[in-house]
Each structure stands twice: as C-alpha cells, then as structure tokens.
Design a protein around this ligand. Structure first.
Ligand SMILES: Cc1cc2nc3c(=O)[nH]c(=O)nc-3n(C[C@H](O)[C@H](O)[C@H](O)COP(=O)(O)OP(=O)(O)OC[C@H]3O[C@@H](n4cnc5c(N)ncnc54)[C@H](O)[C@@H]3O)c2cc1C
Length: 589
C-alpha cells in the first residue's frame, strides 16, 4: 500500500503528539478565568475509538474500481474504511466535533493515489466517463468544509489523493522559480528547497500538514506574507488536469492576457480540475532572520503603528500585534520563568509600563520579523524601532520572538486538548481596509458576546492583526467556550455571528481559509449577486455535470442540506482517560 502519511483520523497531527500544560503554570487559571472550565477537576474524554464509528459502505462498483486500478495500479486504490474516513473531512472544529460525535453523512467511496500527472489524467478521465465525483485531497488540513462530500450525493465519490506527487522537480536559479508537484507538504518541499539554498517563504500555521496544491486551491497565506506575499503572489505557473486535457499556465512575472485564468484556479477548491504542479517564486535563504517583540499601550496605538510600519521603507517579513486579550493569553500561557527572566517579566516590565502611565489590562504584544542580509535587517529594525517609539511603544528584545518562532506549529494541538476537556476553540479570520480595522474588531467582539449571551454560556474571544498590505490587514479571531448539549449548534451561533459582523462592517468572509461550505452562505454579501453569477458561470460551463468537488464555494440553494445547524451530537463522554497511547509532549507558545 502507499506510504503517504496522513493526520490522525480524529484530530490534528500525528499519533502520539499532543498538547500539555504542566510546564505552563498560568494556563489552567487562565482557562478557568476565560471560559469557566476548571482543568484541575474536569475529566478528560478518552481517545475516540475507530470501532465506535458508523462507517457507510462504499458504493464503488467493481468495474469502476477496476478502471481506477488500471489507471494507477491496484495497490493505489482502496475502499478501506479508515482511509475513507481520513479523506472525508478537513480539520475545522465542526469536522472534529462531527468525527468525534459519529456524524458522517457521506464519505468518499474510493480513494486513489496516482503517482504522476499522467495517472491523475487517467483517473480524472475514468471518473468523468463514469459520471463519478472527484474530490482532490492535499493534506486534509482545510477548515472551510472544502473537502466533505455533499450528504445528498448519489454518485460514486473518488477522493484523489496527491500525496505521491511530492517532489521539487527543478529550480530555475536564474529566475528564482521552482517547479513543485502539488502534493508536496510544507516540510518536505522546504527541505528540498533548503538543500539547494532556497526557501518558498510560505509558512501557514498548518505548514506541517498541508500541501502546495492545497495552498493554491484555498488561497492560503503564511505568517511571513508581508515579505514573500500570499500564495496568490507566490504561485506563478500552474498545471491542472481537466477532463480530456491539461490547463498549462507558464510561470510569468506578469501578463495582460485577459482576465487571469491563474486567478480563477487560485481558490477554486478543486472545482476546476486537479492541480498537479505549481511553479512558485523562491528566494535565497536569508542570511539573517530575527523576530523581535514590542509592547504598545493599547490596541488603537498598536494598529496605527502597524500601519505606519507597513507604509515605511522597513518592509519587515512579519507585522503582527495581539489585542490586549490575546496578549493576556500569551503571557499567561507561556512557560514557567526562573531567575532573572522571571524578575524582568513579572516585576521590571510591569513597573516600567506603569511608570509610563500604561494600564496593564490594555497592553498589546507585537512581533515584527526581519529578514535579509545583515545590514538590511539592521536597517529594517532601526526604522521600526523609531516608529514604535513615535507611537509610544517599547521593544523587549528577541527572546519572546524566538519562542514564538519555535512554537508556532504546535498551537493546533491545543484545539484537540480543549475538545477532550469539553470546550470548543476555533477561529474566524478576515481582512479589511486600515480605516475599518478597529471597527471590525469591535463589531466582531460585540457579535461574539451577543452569541455567547444568546446561548447562555461564558465565552472567550481574542484577536491579532497579521498580514499587512498597503491598504489594510488581516484580523484573526480565536474564540472558545465550554459546550453544552449541542456543541455544533452552539458553535454555529457564535461562528455565524462573527462572520455576519465581518460582512456588515466592510470586511471579507475570509482572508486565507477559503470558502468551502463553511463560508459560502456569505459569499453574495461579500462579492455581490453579480459576482456570484460570474462565478457560477465559471464552474457550470467548465464542469457541466458537476463532477469536481460539487457544492463548494457557491451558496447552496435554500432547499439543499446546509451544514447542520443543530446536529444531534452529544458531548464526548467525560470518561477517565482510557488505555491511551503515551502522548509525546508538544508545547505551545
Ligand atoms: C490548525 C490550523 C491552522 C491553519 N493555519 C493556516 C494558515 O496559517 N494559513 C492558511 O492559509 N491556512 C491555514 N489553515 C487552513 C489550511 O491549512 C489551508 O486551507 C491549506 O491551504 C489547505 O491545504 P491542504 O493541502 O491541507 O488542502 P486540503 O485540505 O486537502 O484541501 C483543501 C481544498 O483544496 C482542494 N485541493 C487540495 N489539493 C488540490 C489539488 N492538488 N488540486 C485541486 N484542488 C485541490 C481540495 O479539494 C479542497 O477543496 C489552517 C488549518 C488548521 C487546521
């Protein structure tokens, strides 16, 4: 069978790695304060057991399975239950709740692992000839409901896993362009590039388990986007398998050949074909790479400073600021300090801030990243330091930045831990012009609080700004609450309220998580009815029989079964930990 590696069927990452908080003395008190959950007495749910899951039978006919086997080899076609479950959902909180709650309305009937582009073409042609559905699968990390088959789908569903296409094919060193197979996951492709002295510069939080094809298909953005751009900037050339032929877009620095077909593929979530190769911009690995931490007296001043930095000649790689609540979370959940570092963080710094007249409840922590040659990085920092000072902020050195950088890919494990303990933690993210950012932030907070009140729970919301542009930036909200009898229904109330606050306040439905089924109800409010008409035309004319990942992105007709608003899911049983595999300790920042 294939050696393609998948994440756990029930959660983030690989088996044996999980979140723990024993070395973070402030974590449990913080959780109690934020959502009222006492971790010291709460009982952890046992790890989900695959044999408890109700798995529907595959409806792939033997003749169709044979046709796929002829395309890729019998070893690379499977109807195995576990494999089909892994290919059913992404990793949104709704996905995790459903998988834990035994809610799988429809799953792929058959999973194929082609070895190369020619085999992808054969699979696509065989599937379309049989009027089957094709859902391309990258790392399965999306959180937009971009993978799940529609519950009402009667046709055979093929999950086309790109995992065997994982090579960096060639680097055009004269142009700074690398041809990469679409199924290459972040660490794999970055390692292949680094060996030759290059980097892609694209580091989403999900980097460890997502693919370059998935990044393109969802319009992803990485934490160093301020320097390297979003994937929409980084991906220059594309090869896409379509029924009966290839779409080939050569890597061009720019072109005026009509409306951009490249842009049509970006964010298409598998609806226009299967991306097999992406030519990306690559950069020489920088001589210097530092992340420095700064504090600001409050959110408004911090945002103003971020805008000033983005307009300056500094051009840092990361411009990020947490609001006061997220700052509180970060400080409360950092590892235990000792000696001088403890004294500085807990005594000297607060004293200094108070002496400046700051209210400690309002302070905001910022990380700014510098990359490039030694002198360039130094100059960038000098410019930023002045802007920070002019805005009344202060620098606190590189130490917290190093920690942030080291722990950035561990945070996703926290969601599984909270679910085990009976709490939901999830995110909503958006982008808006600078003039609207503070208003969007306030509106999302109001909306979340209204939703918490509506369902009668003590909830928590916090936010940071990242990914700066000339005219605006991304706001990223994290919310959490202890769920009651209807976890998904309660989650939907909160998530829907925040999404509605975005579109009501001139912000987009998503800056980098895509649309899928999760955000499609707001698409028309985001791009107008005419925008939806153009997009509908694009999908229906290019895929008249709706074979490619049907139902995603476009708003579903009112009669269609939307994501369950009130799913009959029970909270995971609060049992004492059963015979669990020992959990390797992963830390969070
Ligand atoms: C904890 C966590 C943190 C995250 N952080 C970030 C972040 O910082 N930035 C960010 O941008 N996103 C983030 N995401 C979201 C997710 O990682 C991205 O959407 C990612 O781009 C998905 O890539 P994937 O390879 O996992 O795609 P999948 O989840 O496998 O697929 C996503 C969609 O793309 C389609 N697709 C995948 N591969 C292809 C292909 N080769 N051809 C055509 N269609 C294809 C699928 O059909 C599906 O519609 C995060 C998710 C989680 C769970």
């Amino acid at each position: 069978m294939t050696d393609v590696k998948h994440m756990k069927w029930w959660g983030w990452g690989v088996d044996g790695v999980g979140f723990h908080y024993e070395d973070k003395p402030g974590f449990a008190p913080f959780v109690k304060y934020a959502v009222g959950l006492d971790l010291l007495i709460a009982q952890r749910a046992s790890e989900p057991d695959f044999s408890d899951l109700k798995v529907g039978k595959s409806n792939a006919s033997p003749a169709f399975a044979k046709a796929l086997a002829a395309a890729v080899g019998a070893d690379y076609v499977t109807t195995d239950d576990m494999v089909r479950v892994i290919h059913t959902y992404g990793k949104s909180i709704r996905d995790l709740m459903r998988i834990r709650g035994n809610i799988i309305e429809r799953m792929p009937d058959i999973v194929v692992y082609p070895a190369d582009e020619a085999e992808v073409q054969k699979v696509v042609d065989a599937a379309v000839a049989a009027n089957a559905v094709v859902i391309p699968f990258g790392g399965g990390s999306n959180i937009g409901g971009s993978l799940e088959p529609l519950p009402e789908e009667k046709r055979t569903i093929v999950s086309l896993d790109l995992g065997r296409l994982h090579k960096v094919i060639a680097i055009d060193t004269d142009s700074g362009l690398a041809r990469i197979q679409a199924g290459a996951q972040g660490p794999d492709l970055e390692e292949q590039l680094n060996k030759q002295g290059w980097t892609i510069g694209h580091f989403p939080d999900s980097f460890t388990h997502s693919t370059v094809g998935g990044w393109v298909a969802t319009r992803s953005s990485g934490m160093q986007s301020d320097k390297y751009g979003d994937i929409a900037d980084i991906a220059r050339g594309l090869r896409v398998v379509r029924p009966g032929g290839m779409l080939v877009l050569r890597p061009l620095p720019s072109t005026s050949s009509g409306p951009s077909v490249r842009e049509m593929i970006l964010g298409s979530e598998g609806r226009l074909g299967v991306i097999t190769e992406v030519t990306v911009q690559v950069h020489r690995t920088p001589e210097k790479r530092n992340i420095f931490a700064y504090f600001f007296p409050n959110w408004k001043t911090g945002i103003a400073a971020m805008q000033a930095i983005s307009e300056s000649d500094a051009a840092p790689s990361i411009t990020r600021i947490s609001d006061s609540r997220e700052t509180g979370f970060t400080l409360a959940t950092s590892k235990e300090r000792h000696g001088f570092s403890k004294f500085t963080a807990e005594t000297v710094l607060p004293r200094l801030m108070k002496s400046k007249g700051w209210n400690l409840d309002d302070i905001c922590l910022s990380f700014i990243g510098y990359e490039g040659g030694e002198s360039h990085a130094k100059l960038q920092k000098k410019i930023v330091d002045k802007i920070v000072k002019d805005h009344g902020g202060m620098g606190v050195g590189e130490g917290p930045g190093i920690l942030y950088d080291q722990k950035k890919f561990d945070t996703p494990y926290l969601r599984d831990f909270l679910l085990d303990m009976g709490a939901a933690g999830d995110v909503s993210e958006t982008a808006a012009p600078w003039s609207k950012l503070v208003g969007v932030h306030e509106a999302a907070y109001r909306a979340a609080q209204g939703a918490f009140d509506q369902i009668g729970i003590k909830g928590w919301i916090m936010s940071h700004m990242s990914h700066s542009y000339h005219s605006g930036a991304c706001l990223y909200f994290t919310f959490a609450f202890v769920f009651d009898k209807d976890p998904i229904g309660e989650y939907n109330v909160v998530k829907n309220a925040i999404q509605q606050a975005f579109v009501d306040n001139d912000a987009t439905i998503s800056h980098h998580h895509g649309v899928g089924l999760e955000h499609s109800p707001w698409l028309e409010q985001d791009i107008s009815a005419e925008g939806v008409k153009i997009m509908t035309g694009l999908f229906t004319s290019n895929d008249p029989k709706n074979n490619f990942n049907p139902g995603k992105i476009l708003p579903r007709p009112a009669t269609a079964k939307q994501a369950p608003a009130k799913a009959p899911v029970k909270a995971p049983a609060k049992k004492a930990p059963a015979k669990k595999a020992p959990v390797k300790k992963a830390s969070t920042t």
